[in-house]
Design a protein around this ligand. Structure first.
Ligand code: FCB
Length: 439
């Protein structure tokens, strides 16, 4: 077979993404720590990847040495503002040092300001159910961005607000573990308000800032393509889950089922669309599932499933997600994409096939600035704890030893050459060579 190669535009950002609570360790002053202590997670975050203890240095070295030119990390609100009237300058210095560390390694920083966790003092007053929280968040954002602006100008205000609201207030797997659509809606409205206020605050302290949210796009298709009921349910679920936040940041209207609120201050508050894509599910109409909008989600029988059955390798869903993201008319950054795969058997082909989809979109003229793989090193996976391993590097949680997975070497070749070639695919995942580079 002839050699083939797909090439990305010059200056494309290649990196990995992490989040404070998942990597820092000893994060004891937030709602997730309390959730862990209450026994609601598979296990505890403990030292995590010990980034607060300084191991970010060796992990940033790994990233830089393997050709990554960018990194997405998050700052922990509960460290920077441990109490309502207390600001910890040492914590801000710590983040400044980390961001300086990225700069010294010639890596562009993308900073997330809220990634699922709230300080305990915020949680105790109702978190995002409380109408005061958006203002408090904006105050935290203003101060943090002001302290860090020397080292970053790409900001994500809130990570996956849809997942935060859905998991915490519909499904009940995230703190505070409620199942109440009315409260969920209140939380969503306040998250939109918090984002809008943060957007304004960031631009006030840094004129050149580029600000967005990281949206989790869950592709949902009808289980039986010819069934009108399945088609209806798939569309309804998809629009409820995926569209609310980006639409609100576009036109200032928050629409959720039969509810509707106008927030004109939220209109036009995204400079880029952050896209987190993992998988696609299939919806079947089920009259008994009113709470889930009458649809049961599952994967197809012949799906290519991840180690714990959490993710189906569906690159076409990524293509769909990229078109969806492009419909907002903004620049796009892939803020997360990856798979949990401790044995690292599926990850190489998942990576290759998603990078191919990414290239198709770039080639189609969709303005994509960069790609952040989730994640650099195995980290604490929320309620699923350490049972799922998303890292390019494997982590031994007890000894803190890292081991480079095959996928890290593969990603290294992609980052260093700014391309994906048939030789790489043959070397790392020959099983998909015909799919990616057909003869
Ligand atoms: C996303 C989260 C991220 C990580 C990945 C696997 O929903 O944003 O923190 O848990 O899933």
């Amino acid at each position: 077979m002839a050699k083939a190669k797909i090439q990305f535009p010059r200056g494309f950002l290649w990196g990995t993404a992490t989040a404070a609570h998942q990597v820092e360790g000893n994060n004891t002053n937030n709602n997730w720590h309390a959730w862990e202590e209450a026994g609601k997670t598979a296990d505890k975050s403990g030292l995590a990847c010990d980034w607060w203890g300084g191991r970010w240095r060796e992990d940033f070295d790994r990233a830089a040495e393997t050709g990554q030119n960018a990194h997405r990390l998050s700052v922990e609100w509960s460290r920077i503002q441990p109490a309502r009237d207390r600001w910890d300058e040492n914590a801000l210095d710590h983040y400044r040092e980390m961001l300086r560390g990225l700069r010294e390694r010639n890596m562009t920083a993308l900073v997330t300001l809220h990634h699922f966790t709230n300080p305990l003092w915020v949680e105790e007053t109702g978190a995002w159910e409380n109408d005061e929280t958006p203002e408090l968040f904006a105050e935290f954002v203003r101060r943090t961005v002001d302290a860090l602006k020397e080292y970053a100008n790409l900001w994500v205000t809130i990570n996956e607000p849809n997942v935060y609201a859905y998991s915490g207030y519909v499904e009940g797997t995230f703190p505070p573990g409620k199942k109440d659509l009315n409260i969920a809606f209140k939380v969503m409205v306040n998250l939109v308000r918090g984002h809008a206020l943060a957007y304004k605050a960031i631009h006030e302290v840094q004129r050149e800032a580029r600000v967005g949210m990281a949206h989790n796009y869950h592709a949902i298709a009808p289980k039986k393509p010819k069934s009108p009921l399945d088609a209806w349910v798939a569309k309804a679920q998809s629009s409820v889950f995926n569209d609310l936040f980006p639409n609100a940041a576009q036109d200032g209207k928050v629409k959720f089922l039969w509810k509707n609120v106008n927030l004109p201050e939220a209109a036009g508050t995204q400079d880029f669309i952050g896209l987190n894509y993992y998988t696609r599910a299939y919806a079947a109409f089920n009259v008994k599932m009113a709470g889930e909008l009458f649809g049961k989600l599952s994967f197809l029988e012949d799906a290519d499933l991840s180690a714990t059955g959490f993710i189906s390798n569906d690159p076409a869903g990524f293509g769909e997600a990229l078109k969806w993201a492009n419909s907002f008319g903004k620049q796009i950054i892939i803020t997360e994409n990856g798979v949990e795969d401790a044995p690292d058997e599926m990850r190489p082909r998942y990576l290759a096939q998603h990078i191919q989809e990414l290239w198709r979109a770039v080639n189609f003229g969709i303005p994509i600035k960069g790609y952040f793989h989730w994640s650099l090193v195995d980290n604490f996976e929320w309620e699923r704890g350490w049972t799922q391993r998303f890292g390019l590097w494997e982590l031994d949680v007890k000894t803190q030893k890292r081991r480079k997975r095959k996928s890290a070497a593969f990603y290294e070749e992609i980052c260093k050459t700014n391309s994906l070639s048939s030789e790489m695919v043959k070397k790392y995942c020959p099983e998909v060579i015909e799919k990616i580079f057909p003869d």
